[in-house]
Design a protein around this ligand. Structure first.
Ligand SMILES: Cc1ncc(COP(=O)(O)O)c(C=O)c1O
Length: 433
């Protein structure tokens, strides 16, 4: 039974927000207060020009040591400006074709752009509002019968557990759990769990609990195995794009759920669901509505769109999707390869720091090819991660996350983090434990 850590409400009131906000910080926060904020320019190791410039574009990255991208990523000023601009533009005449016509270009443009960036067929992208939405599209895509089985792992987010509990209780499906702790063999684990009743495998591309990534070659091999047995293969890619390389077709899965609001630094409430075009009719719709259809009449006939856009329906947040496009373009401009190389470099540094200390250990994989920016520390026994998380935030302005295991603490390391921030976080954790 999953027991998610309870994280207390840490919301700021307006006065606190103004005191910490970049919008007002220069005007109202005394220099002494600013200096206490970790990672501000001027101290520590020099950063490469592109990193320094990009950090300056992301307000949250210099107002704290922001290691919470695995929860929600901070957006750049450019992305926030795009959302604001499109929202203002749209509201000059939301149903006026002079405005709605321009706004209507946003979704097709974004679908096609995401398809080209992440190796998906041009008809294989649906725009969603979260990873969870994609997971539910996948989970509800089959005509489940009592006794049908789904394989998940012991390292899933509730978003890839709760839908299966619901299907278990409504339709009598059976959940099989494989062990994806660091160092286990994915293909072996899946083979052990397969049965003649297995209908789907749904696991994380990158685990939010231990940061283990499913490597592309492993995933391709798993895809081949599952296809030979007619089993649908879904990856939960909430921690995928922007954190590790994502080439959907090379991964060999049938469908992939992701979001814009973590490692891609997009607006909150944006996501995408990728589907192999030849699987569109196997990944059946459970929810549909206006815009899912190509044709319909009031006599009982309809046909679905011939693309993954069929999974979308209703009026949607187009300004946010415009910001999602801007966020991914910005990452492309920075260079996905450069971003991912820097993440690996910072995580290698973090592993070295852990190895040099006795207080903490690695919960994340040690092997470089299995690592991601989701970096998880195992605290000494008796040290509670939620308490450490609270004290790091309150006393040091270091933002981390507790995860499923009570003694594990996650530092999500993105390209805008620095070695100095990692060192300071490790020192602080050691002092608190
Ligand atoms: C692995 C994983 N899956 C799913 C989710 C849920 O993501 P979303 O908020 O985009 O639905 C998260 C969020 O942290 C996650 O880490």
């Amino acid at each position: 039974m999953l027991q998610e850590n309870k994280v207390p409400d840490r919301s700021l009131d307006r006065r606190e927000f103004l005191a910490k906000s970049s919008l007002s910080a220069a005007a109202v926060v005394p220099i002494g207060t600013l200096a206490r904020f970790a990672g501000l320019a001027g101290s520590g190791r020099p950063q490469e020009d592109w990193v320094r410039a990009a950090r300056n574009e992301i307000p949250a990255s210099t107002e704290s040591s922001y290691f919470q991208t695995g929860g929600v990523g901070p957006s750049s000023r450019r992305t926030m400006a795009e959302v604001a601009e499109k929202l203002h533009f749209q509201n000059r005449g939301p149903a006026d074709p002079r405005y709605s016509g321009t706004m209507a270009q946003i979704e097709p443009g974004l679908r096609s752009y995401l398809a080209s960036v992440f190796g998906v067929g041009q008809d294989g992208v649906a725009l969603t509002h979260s990873t969870s939405e994609g997971i539910s599209i996948a989970a509800w895509s089959q005509n489940w019968m009592p006794g049908d089985e789904v394989i998940v792992s012991n390292q899933e987010h509730p978003a890839n557990v709760v839908p299966w509990y619901v299907l278990r209780d409504r339709f009598g499906i059976v959940m099989r759990e494989i062990n994806l702790d660091a160092g286990t063999d994915l293909i072996h684990e899946v083979r052990q769990a397969l049965s003649s009743r297995t209908r789907m495998v749904s696991i994380s591309h990158v685990s939010r609990n231990n940061g283990r990534r499913v490597r592309t070659d492993e995933s391709a091999a798993l895809g081949e195995l599952l296809r030979s047995r007619d089993i649908v293969y879904h990856l939960d890619g909430a921690q995928g794009p922007g954190c590790v390389d994502v080439d959907f077709s090379a991964l060999g899965c049938d469908c992939y759920s992701t979001c814009g609001h973590k490692w891609l630094l997009g607006p909150k409430g944006t996501g995408a669901f990728f589907v192999r075009e030849d699987m569109l009719d196997r990944i059946q719709l459970s929810w549909a509505g206006s815009h899912s259809h190509a044709t319909m009449d009031y006599e009982g006939s309809y046909s679905l769109l011939p693309s993954a856009a069929r999974y979308e329906f209703g009026t949607r947040a187009l300004a946010d999707f415009a910001g999602f496009h801007t966020a991914v373009s910005w990452m492309e401009e920075l260079g996905f390869d450069r971003v991912l190389t820097r993440i690996q470099h910072l995580v290698t540094h973090a592993v070295d720091v852990v190895d040099a200390r006795s207080e903490v250990q690695l919960a994340s994989p040690r092997a470089e090819q299995d690592r991601s920016g989701v970096f998880v520390l195992r605290l000494p026994s008796g040290c509670d991660a939620t308490e450490v998380y609270n004290r790091l935030a309150d006393e040091r302005n270091i933002l981390s996350s507790p995860v499923r295991q009570a003694g594990d603490l996650r530092l999500a390391v993105h390209f805008f983090n620095t070695e100095d921030e990692i060192d300071a976080a490790m020192d602080a954790v050691a002092a608190l434990c």
